[in-house]
Design a protein around this ligand. Structure first.
Ligand SMILES: C[S@@+](CC[C@H](N)C(=O)[O-])C[C@H]1O[C@@H](n2cnc3c(N)ncnc32)[C@H](O)[C@@H]1O
Length: 207
């Protein structure tokens, strides 16, 4: 697989990230036919960059952080470099393998795990202070399982941050989150956010 290499600076964290030069080469018709699988993990998406920048501004020392649908995993790498105990997950084993390699090259320690949102049993009742996900609402079928994973993985006082570049199906997400027992708040954009928005979710207090 041909790789391209890029250097990023997020706050005080410098990352060297290699990714497939042509994700189109990774399309597998058999996997698409069984589960509409596409190798989206291999692309550099603006939401991942924006979320990583936001994560670089948080004090995450000692915090348990989970990333869902991590792809190249920039937010996970930044959080782990800042001292968080990070578990980065994706349903694509290739994504997790690449992320572990990137972590090693950058001297960053994190845990990688294959996790399909629709089958979150692998989380084994672990709970996290912060759950992050970027550009995961691109298909209508994604919202409900993502909220299900949040429900089992978010610590009672924890929060989740979901970055989205304006996907059509993201519009209804706050209402679905409210139905699932979460409050939502939009985080203020900065000069570099472009169309990417950050939505914070917390468990609603029982009335
Ligand atoms: C558009 S990409 C975004 C990747 C990364 N978060 C970013 O912003 O650069 C969507 C990601 O979700 C992952 N994904 C899709 N369906 C999934 C599922 N059911 N369970 C877990 N991950 C999934 C894909 O493999 C891919 O990495």
């Amino acid at each position: 697989m041909n790789l391209v290499e890029e250097r990023f600076l997020f706050g005080s964290v410098t990352l060297l990230v290699s990714r497939p030069s042509d994700p189109g080469d990774l399309v597998d018709t058999e996997r698409f036919e069984t589960d509409e699988y596409m190798p989206y993990w291999a692309e550099l998406w603006p939401s991942g960059v924006t979320l990583a920048r936001h994560v670089s501004m948080l004090d995450l020392r000692g915090q348990r952080v989970l990333e869902l649908g991590c792809g190249l995993g920039l937010p996970s790498l930044v959080a782990a470099a800042a001292g968080a105990d990070v578990t980065a997950t994706d349903w694509a084993p290739e994504a997790v393998e690449r992320l572990l390699e990137t972590a090693e090259i950058n001297g960053i320690v994190l845990t990688g795990a294959v996790l399909d949102w629709r089958d979150p049993a692998a989380l084994e009742r672990r709970s996290f202070d912060l759950v992050v996900a970027s550009d995961v609402l691109y298909e209508e079928r994604n919202a409900a399982p993502l909220l299900g994973v949040l429900d089992i993985s978010l610590a009672p006082a924890g929060r989740a941050i979901v970055a989205d570049p304006g996907r059509r199906h993201a519009e209804g997400f706050p209402a679905l989150a409210a139905d699932a027992g979460f409050t939502t708040a939009s985080l203020p954009p900065d000069a570099t956010s472009g169309p990417v928005t950050l939505l914070e979710l917390r468990r609603a207090l029982a009335s």
